[in-house]
Structure formats: C-alpha cells, structure tokens
Design a protein around this ligand. Structure first.
Ligand code: IPM
Ligand code: MN
Length: 349
C-alpha cells in the first residue's frame, strides 16, 4: 500500500493533479497496486490566509509517505521568492531530494518548434543537482540601498554533494542503457572554483564506469546544441542553476510546459514528482490547462516506487494521446478540455 502525499497547490495545480490521480487510480486497478492519498494544503493561498509555509513538523509528517505528488505552488499576490523558498525549495532541501531528474522527450514532431526534428532526435535526460550551488541562499548585501552597494550570491558546492549527484547520473545512464553517454554541462572556463571541483569529480568517478562515454559541454554551448543537435545528448549532469535554465529550454523543444515533468529525488528517502510548469494563474478554473505533464509526473513516480510496468504504461498512454489526439500541447489549444485529456489517457492505458 503506497501512501501518497498530495500537494495540489495553487492556480491550475489542483486541476492537473486531479487528472494525474485519475490516471494513478486506473493504473492501480490495471497493475494491481494499492495506494491511499492524503492532501496537504501548502500553497500561496494558504500563506495569504494564515502566513504559514512548510515547517519542521510538516517535514517530519511527510517523511512517513512513499512519495509526494505536487501540482504547482505560487500565487501572483505573494511577493516572488516567499513560496519558492518557503515551500518548494524547503521541501527539496529538508527532504534532501538532491537530484532533480528531467526527461526531455519529444513524443510528436508536430509539437516541436525545431525544424526537421523527430522523436528519435530529442530523447535525453537532465540530472540536475538539487540541493546546493546558487540555490543554497548564501550571500549578503553590503551597504544596501547606497551607491556603494555590493550584493554577493555564492555558489556552494561540496565534494560530497557533487559526487553523489555525478554518481547518480552515471548509474542512471547505465540503467537507461541507450547511448550510454554522460555529458557534464558546466562553465570550467570562467567559474574556475566550482567547475574545477565538478570536473575533477566527474572524471574520477568516470573511471568506475568504463562502459559510459563521457563528454563535456559549456552551458552556453549546451543551449546551442539543444537547438542545433539535440540528438547528441543522452544523459546530462549539471549544477542546480544551469539545470534550472537548460531544462526550461529542454521543455520547449519537447513541446512545452504542457508535457514536461520532473522528479525531485532522494534515492533513500521521500521523493517528489511535479509538472515543471508553474501554477498558470490565468488559466485557473477554465478546464483548459494541459494535464499531460502532471500525468507524466505520475509515470515517473510509479517507476520510482518500483512499479516499472505501470510507469511505462502511463508514459505509453501519454504518447498515444500526444501522437494521435491533441491539436496542440498548449493550454486552450488542445482541442480537448483538461478533464477530457485525462480521460483519453485512461482510455489508452
Ligand atoms: C523549477 C522552478 C523552481 C526552481 C522555482 C519555482 C524555485 O523554476 O522547478 O525549475 O528554480 O528550481
Ligand atoms: Mn525552473
């Protein structure tokens, strides 16, 4: 019996989560697993009403669950930064979800903004470090507000943190068993402390994986290759900030935020799965948002729970729907409503 903590969140979060749970339910019946859900109301909305974010007691409670399923958090009424650090990053950090796994896979050429790229050309995974780097929140103001103001923001990288991420990426690349190529995406030519550590660690760990081909690309060049030659990539490992940036570009070449999912993974703890787009406030309550990303997150969650067959089946059902039914992956342009898309996935499962 899996215990799933559900954080529907803000905006269109609840709408896409409800389609994800519909698919999870159907998958449970078909593949014979049982689960129960418990709702948690962490959100921008709750913060506006009560001032509450995620606290230590919440974290202890969440540790009792098999996985967390998150819709989206963020409300335009709340000053930027509060919900991000107080809810989303708080969960990632406090639960030590040190990997952010983001598959970039094109299901249908019609959805790709790149000319002449086919599904076989865009199929890679970004392993983003999810607990350190610029996201650590280290830095300070000096003489704030004055003409001499200085603001520093430190990228904090530990050998242990870098190594566990790189090891995860090598293992993942081996298990994925496709091109068996791992690309380190960094900036060794300018950020000479952080990326020196990353590069040394990468090539040291690589010795233990002679079956994996290694490669290196600067982050700026990586964005160029995503557009020009995405077929070069298999698995990419990178730090928190670069991973954040390149996965938004990745989402666009796979068809947009409507299809992009991610997992925040603690291999020995509680992991959290989410569509990577935001709460899309302007579409709230209209039944037009694309739930496929949230449904793909369910597929990832199932694979992570060890329900590989069910996870694959969910992905395949999404592929069928994306290939044969939807006019577009964009909100309001799918030719179907949010709930209809959920039903289509269930029907194809
Ligand atoms: C993401 C998001 C978050 C991030 C924000 C909302 C804090 O952009 O999941 O990529 O920067 O990690
Ligand atoms: Mn992002």
């Amino acid at each position: 019996m899996y215990k799933i903590a559900v954080i529907s969140g803000d905006g269109t979060g609840p709408e896409v989560v409800s389609e994800g749970l519909k698919v999870l339910d159907a998958a449970g019946k078909k593949f014979n697993f049982k689960f129960e859900t418990m709702s948690f109301d962490f959100s921008g909305q709750r913060y506006l009403k009560t001032g509450k974010l995620v606290d230590e007691k919440d974290i202890e409670e969440l540790k009792k669950y098999s996985a967390i399923y998150l819709g989206a958090v963020g409300d335009p009424e709340v000053k930027p930064g509060i919900i991000e650090t107080g809810v989303l990053l708080k969960l990632r950090f406090a639960l030590d979800q040190y990997i952010n796994l983001r598959p970039v896979k094109l299901y249908n050429s019609d959805y790709c903004p790149l000319k002449d790229k086919k599904p076989e050309d865009i199929d890679f995974v970004v392993v983003r470090e999810n607990s350190e780097g610029l996201y650590k929140g280290m830095g300070e103001f000096k003489d704030k507000g004055s003409q001499n103001e200085v603001a520093t923001q430190i990228s904090y990288n530990t050998r242990k943190g870098v190594e566990r991420c790189i090891r995860y990426a090598f293992d993942y690349c081996r298990k994925r068993n496709k091109k068996k190529k791992l690309t380190l995406c960094g900036k060794t030519n300018v950020l000479t402390f952080a990326w020196d550590l990353w590069e040394r660690t990468f090539y040291e760990v690589a010795k233990e994986y002679p079956d994996i081909t290694t490669d290196y690309a600067h982050v700026d060049a990586t964005t160029m290759w995503f557009v020009k030659n995405p077929e070069w990539f298999d698995v990419i490992v990178t730090d928190n900030m670069f991973g954040d940036i390149i996965t938004d570009l990745g989402a666009m070449i796979q068809g947009g935020m409507g299809i992009a999912a991610g997992g925040n993974i603690n291999p020995k703890g509680v992991s959290m799965f989410e569509p990577i787009g935001g709460s899309a406030p302007k579409y709230t309550g209209k039944n037009v948002i694309n739930p496929l990303a949230a449904i793909c997150a369910v597929g990832m969650m199932l694979e992570n729970l060890g329900e590989d067959k069910a996870g694959k089946a969910v992905e395949n059902a999404v592929i069928k729907v994306a290939q044969t039914k939807l006019k577009s992956l964009a909100a309001g342009k799918m030719g179907y409503s949010t709930t209809q898309v959920g039903d289509l996935v269930v029907a194809n499962l």
